[in-house]
Write a new protein. Structure first.
Length: 202
């Protein structure tokens, strides 16, 4: 009955609805939303994969950097992150790279560093990477040890991670097969993060 009412009740005024829904401004906003979601998702998961490898490495420094990044950017609301990157030129006139309290190697103005779209993509990617790192880390840790042994027996060479404990703590090689298995295990989290990113870009 409800569906019948939606179709037959003229008060819903569907022609007007579709006129607004297909307006050029709405379609342009939809295109921008999908574009931001795609770039934020791809760059965020690329950064999250690197952070996950750092967290699982045997280097205390890399572990600390990865943990701090994840903790910090998961604590900062997304809107604050976006506002920071959008107003970077107002907050900091110049950026420089060099030795602390020493000479500068490079310095440049921040005025034209980011376009509005670039600032949005950067903010989304930085935010997404913090969440994606935990998705990828949990996926890597959940891969069955037999799969890693099979990959090693097949002569597949990867990069070494581990912190001296169980799981990936023994310094095992992580190859493409293991990463693929981690993605399969973590596909639910990946889909959830994509949906979260799509909702955040509205």
């Amino acid at each position: 009955m409800f569906v019948h009412g939606l179709v037959t009740n003229s008060q819903w005024d569907w022609p007007v609805f579709f006129d607004y829904f297909t307006a050029s401004s709405i379609l342009k906003a939809l295109q921008t939303t999908l574009w931001l979601t795609l770039w934020g998702f791809v760059l965020g998961f690329a950064g999250g994969t690197v952070l996950a490898a750092m967290r699982l490495s045997r280097s205390p420094l890399l572990q600390a950097v990865s943990w701090t990044y994840t903790w910090l950017f998961r604590s900062i609301p997304l809107i604050v992150n976006l506002l920071f990157w959008f107003n970077l030129a107002y907050l900091y006139k110049t950026l420089s790279i060099g030795i602390p309290f020493g000479p500068k190697i490079w310095a440049g103005s921040t005025m034209n560093l980011f376009s509005p779209m670039g600032a949005a993509i950067t903010g989304l990617a930085v935010h997404q990477a913090a969440y994606a790192s935990e998705v990828m880390r949990s996926g890597l840790l959940s891969v069955d040890p037999g799969q890693r042994e099979a990959a090693a027996a097949a002569g597949l060479v990867g990069f070494e991670v581990g912190a001296g404990g169980g799981g990936f703590g023994g310094g095992e090689d992580v190859d493409r097969e293991v990463v693929a298995g981690a993605v399969i295990v973590g596909d639910l989290g990946v889909g959830e993060e994509f949906g979260h990113g799509l909702g955040s870009d509205r």
